[in-house]
Ligand binder design. Structure first.
Ligand code: ATP
Length: 234
């Protein structure tokens, strides 16, 4: 087994008195796509936000290339090479497409991603580069959010429900871009509501149920009944 890129070990997360994650263990190896599925409220977004340094964590609960990063701030996590594509995109509404993309590159990590490469991946963004980001369609805005994360030249990209609210044709377009993103030194963790989609684009899958890992398996071979049980708890 290769050395893990990212490991979660007994990760807990709280919002005030409410505990959202209970002892989550997860492993991500270099170059793979790991899918995280689970019902609404299972803790998927919380897990990604914990990794990204947006929630307080025990230092050793999150390890990046063996180093404890659980107590780092979000900007420090980003500086290590972990980028989040947040649920709801969170673009800068008054800025243009290109300005949003350029902001993603401001951490200045060196790597293969540039404006041109993002435009090659999503040609529509080049056409629309001077438009205000809010004037784009939902799917195009999602492309900006992905492009902005890639501009930071991350080693790991965390994608939170990138297909939410998008038309099937746009979802297909975005997922077709995934092989051009992952590999070549880039690894992905994707949170996805659509289970079939999650399984088809990933090598391994985790299911969360009420803040706990209820299943871990190989995406291509995990029995469908096991997923149903892990997802719904039946
Ligand atoms: P969804 O698929 O609906 O986005 P999720 O699996 O991403 O769900 P989370 O958003 O991580 O789930 O939420 C996990 C639990 O934490 C839920 O019970 C939710 O109500 C709670 N929660 C999330 N954010 C907060 C917050 N800011 N304050 C208090 N509770 C929160």
């Amino acid at each position: 087994m290769p050395d893990a890129l990212l490991t979660l070990q007994a990760l807990n997360a709280h919002y005030g008195d409410f505990q959202a994650l209970y002892g989550v263990d997860l492993r991500v190896d270099p170059g793979e796509v790991v899918a995280v599925i689970g019902a609404n409220g299972a803790g998927k977004t919380t897990m990604l936000r914990s990794i990204a340094g947006l929630l307080k964590n025990a230092p050793g609960a999150i390890r990046w290339k063996g180093q404890a990063i659980g107590a780092l701030r979000a900007d420090q996590v980003a500086g290590r090479g972990i980028a989040l594509v947040p649920e709801g995109r969170l673009l800068f509404p008054s800025l243009s497409v290109e300005e949003n993309l350029v902001i993603g590159g401001q951490l200045g990590r060196k790597g293969p991603w540039s404006l041109q490469r993002v435009y090659d991946l999503f040609p529509i963004l080049k056409e629309r580069r001077h438009q205000q980001s809010t004037s784009l369609s939902g799917g195009q805005q999602q492309m900006v959010a992905i492009g902005r994360a890639l501009m930071a030249n991350p080693e790991l990209v965390l994608m939170d429900e990138i297909s939410l609210g998008l038309a099937p044709v746009i979802i297909r377009q975005i997922y077709e871009a995934l092989p051009g993103i992952v590999g070549e030194g880039l690894t992905a963790v994707i949170v996805e509501q659509d289970i079939a989609k999650a399984l088809s684009v990933s090598q391994r899958v985790y299911c969360l149920q009420e803040g706990r890992v209820s299943l871990e398996g190989q995406s291509q071979t995990v029995p469908r009944e096991d997923i149903t049980r892990a997802y719904f708890g039946v």
